[in-house]
Design a protein around this ligand. Structure first.
Ligand SMILES: Cc1ncc(COP(=O)(O)O)c(C=O)c1O
Length: 475
């Protein structure tokens, strides 16, 4: 008698057969001692190759679902725990109350619905990425990988990349470090997670900017911390309003997320003094500060820190692209040991292949060349945006002029709501994004975040002209 197996499509045939046989055995439809057809017969019944059925049988034999009796055939094994066919599946495993109630860190944009002129934030311009030199770096990484013995590596990251990051930070971001201080992470997000793990006890207070970066808030909340929102003004974080009991302060000093103003030097000094007095640690998230357009760069908190309280966090998500998932921490040395243990516990270490390729990209000078080129492009885009925001759109929008970064925020005037502007712009093929979702505890201001990483100057011109029409139609 033929065994009942149905195959769909032409892919993963072995997987389909394996899953159906295993399900039949587990739920008891194929009882212990039942003889299975030979691999040859099964292959001909299902019109698949003999190799496919052989692979399936070998896997089920190695997992103990089948037993082979040489010269006799293959049988369903004895003594397997069965789940009765009729038993409904109940999903009883539950996350903790904390995880159950935790909101998603960030809602993802809907797939397949990208408007033709899109100001989505957080994206970079891949069309300008130097893929040819990058391919050379990938090839180098592959050759390097093929040479060594397969082994787990240092949780801190590959020496070459840490060296590259340390040199880059010294030159570009005025952050002094030894390469041994740098810890490579899976993006800035993992850096935040590791820092939360090692500095916070459940119930500890974390202070962060309001409005602020929701994935950072989610990360601290998931660590069991109580996150307190502290307002920002034109100079950035209101240091005078920090809660005394905060164990950790999360800030974006180069380019406040999402509003865009830098933290003034006075506030930087005040924040450091406050932290020295309270002993709180500071996370300096420098996620896109390399794109600095106006004036002299302000000193990083890290370089002003004389008390070992600042953990500096950076990322390649904006300077290269976010899919790489590579970031880094330059922590106070007093946190290094704990961070390395945490990194090892979480994922052992980041991919050495990607690390080797980025290291080559930096050390060969391709990264610096790429940064110089896109810096010019982003600056030109920002200028076009500002020309419109300060000109034809000034009646409706008030830009917060950032000194750095690849997005800028403009506040809506005249009682306009984000949702009405966003909906009307969508009709015209312009993708706009509001800022109200970045407020956690206070009445949101109404405004728009213009990401210019993924939209060209020419497209910005067209989009902003359309936008003026949208505003007029809303009046
Ligand atoms: C404030 C802030 N921090 C960090 C990041 C980057 O995170 P990651 O390196 O995990 O991609 C972003 C990305 O948009 C951001 O807006």
């Amino acid at each position: 008698m033929d065994i009942h197996i149905t195959l769909q499509g032409k892919t993963d045939l072995a997987g389909q057969i394996y899953r159906q046989l295993r399900a039949g055995i587990v739920d008891g439809r194929l009882p212990a001692g039942e003889r299975l057809p030979s691999t040859r017969d099964l292959a001909s019944q299902l019109s698949v190759s003999r190799k496919t059925t052989l692979d399936v049988f070998e896997r089920l034999l190695s997992e103990g679902f089948l037993q082979s009796r040489p010269g006799d055939g293959t049988f369903v094994a004895d003594g397997l725990q069965r789940i009765p066919v009729s038993a409904p599946i109940v999903h009883r495993a539950r996350p903790t109350a904390l995880w159950e109630s935790l909101p998603a860190a960030l809602s993802m944009p809907e797939f397949g619905s990208t408007p033709p002129l899109d100001f989505l934030g957080g994206v970079t311009d891949k069309s300008r990425f130097p893929f040819e030199p990058w391919r050379r770096c990938l090839n180098h990484a592959q050759r390097q990988q093929a040479r060594g013995r397969a082994a787990y590596h240092d949780p801190a990251g590959e020496q070459e990349l840490r060296l590259g990051i340390s040199r880059y930070l010294a030159f570009n971001r005025a952050v002094t470090s030894n390469w041994q201080d740098v810890i490579v992470t899976h993006g800035a997000q993992q850096a935040l997670d590791l820092l939360a793990r090692v500095t916070l006890n459940p119930g500890d207070v974390v202070a962060m900017e309001e409005p602020g970066y929701p994935p950072a808030r989610a990360c601290f909340t998931a660590a069991g911390a109580k996150v307190i929102s502290v307002p920002v003004d034109a100079e950035g974080l209101r240091v005078d309003l920090l809660p005394k009991e905060a164990r950790l302060v999360y800030v974006t000093p180069s380019h406040q997320f999402p509003l865009g103003m830098p933290l003034s030097l006075d506030r930087r000094l005040a924040l450091l003094e406050w932290a020295q007095n309270t002993g709180a640690a500071i996370v300096e998230d420098d996620y896109d500060g390399e794109f600095r357009f106006d004036g002299r760069p302000l000193e990083s908190l890290k370089c002003l820190d004389r008390f070992g309280l600042v953990a500096y966090v950076g990322t390649f998500s904006k300077t290269m692209f976010p899919e790489l998932r590579v970031g880094y921490i330059v922590p106070p040395l007093s946190l290094s040991g704990a961070l390395l243990k945490a990194k090892q516990i979480v994922d052992w270490h980041s991919s050495t292949f990607t690390q080797a390729a980025i290291a080559r990209f930096i050390l060969d000078g391709d990264f610096a060349k790429h940064l110089r080129r896109i810096h010019k492009q982003y600056e030109a885009r920002r200028d076009v945006l500002l020309k419109h925001l300060k000109g034809p759109l000034a009646a409706w929008l008030e830009p917060v002029i950032p000194a750095a970064g690849i997005h800028l925020t403009a506040l809506l005037k005249q009682g306009l709501t984000e949702s009405s502007v966003i909906a009307a712009a969508r009709e015209q093929g312009v993708g706009l994004y509001g800022i109200s979702g970045f407020y956690a505890d206070t009445e949101p201001r109404q405004g728009l975040l213009f990401g210019y990483g993924g939209i060209s100057e020419e497209e910005i011109e067209i989009a902003m002209t359309k936008l003026a029409g949208v505003f007029r139609s809303l009046e």
